[in-house]
Design a protein around this ligand. Structure first.
Ligand code: SAM
Length: 293
């Protein structure tokens, strides 16, 4: 996907209708008159809403302040978590995307590009990685760091809950580390799934101490020190049109990673299939009556 193709692939983050590219190619305008700056930095500003909700605004501010300390800080966190091998764990998570050379991948919340570098390697040669983040400073650092030989890389500032792409655009989507604080988390799950073609993969992870570890003394300390580790895995946010759902715990069982395949339709229960015998009828009726149904 060339830069031109990328600009044409961008759509309105709310209605998903086409955007008009200005003659000087410096901006995109939606049908309802909202303008998005293409600029000439290589990072298109697709942020929506223009005034972020409070949690998103706070996170954007915090990461914009901390971007130079981020890489060292996050590696220290993983070192405390059972002396985890950060490189091996990130390679495991990116492996879950099932990427192949030539594919098109999206990363939301790419931060300083630690996982992006692995995504680029997987889609080489000839593939495309679209990298996005809410924080201009984090994403600029990723852009400065990443080597882009034999691969198309496009950057945009964006909110993971409002993705500026048509349905089914990507072979796989990845997000790690931020979704616990997204103002509209359920909407982000819907968006991360919507833009992946049926058969493509979604991989999402963030803090959540595995339930069986929560009473361990050192995990209790972690639990008190950083409330983000108290988050539950947001299983209820997963959209219905998925298959092959799997859940992993990584980084000392203090982070979850979920993977699933997008399907064209949600599964259904066939409630009209004839019941195969009186035993079933009686058994299910007794259970339903007991449950007060
Ligand atoms: C802990 S960092 C993780 C960065 C990178 N994925 C990593 O693993 O090193 C969380 C990132 O999510 C971004 N972020 C937070 N809220 C976001 C949102 N609503 N949409 C997109 N990115 C967001 C932050 O700016 C930050 O770069």
């Amino acid at each position: 996907m060339t830069h031109q193709d990328f600009l044409h692939a961008l759509v309105c983050p709310t209605t998903h209708t086409p955007l008009q590219l200005a003659d000087d190619e410096k901006s995109l305008t939606s049908q309802d008159g909202v303008t998005y700056e293409v600029g000439d930095t290589g990072i298109v500003n697709m942020l929506y809403p223009k005034e972020l909700l409070p949690d998103d605004a706070r996170e954007q501010y915090l990461y914009d302040q901390a971007f130079l300390r981020y890489d060292r800080g996050v590696s220290w966190v993983f070192e405390t978590l059972n002396h985890s091998d950060e490189a091996a764990t990130r390679a495991f998570m990116i492996g879950l995307m099932d990427l192949k050379p030539g594919m098109t991948a999206l990363e939301v919340g790419a931060g300083t590009g630690k996982d992006s570098a692995l995504i680029l390697e997987k889609v080489k040669p000839g593939g495309t990685a679209v990298l996005s983040d809410l924080s201009p400073n984090m994403l600029k650092l990723a852009q400065d760091k990443l080597a882009v030989d034999d691969v198309n890389v496009h950057y945009f500032l964006g909110n993971g809950s409002y993705l500026p792409f048509a349905d089914d655009t990507f072979d796989a989507v990845f997000h790690f580390g931020g979704i616990n604080t997204f103002s509209e988390r359920k909407k982000a799950f819907d968006e991360l799934t919507r833009v992946v073609r049926p058969g493509g993969k979604v991989v999402i992870g963030d803090e959540s101490i595995a339930p069986w570890m929560r009473n361990q003394p050192t995990y209790q300390t972690l639990w008190k020190a950083n409330p983000l580790f108290r988050a539950e895995v947001p299983l209820e946010d997963v959209p219905p049109n998925v298959a092959n759902f799997r859940l992993h715990w990584v980084f000392g069982n203090a982070f979850y990673v979920m993977e699933y395949t997008v399907t064209a339709q949600a599964p259904e229960i066939d409630i009209d299939l004839p019941i195969p015998g009186k035993d079933f009828v009686d058994n299910w009726r007794i259970r339903a009556e007991k449950a007060g149904e």
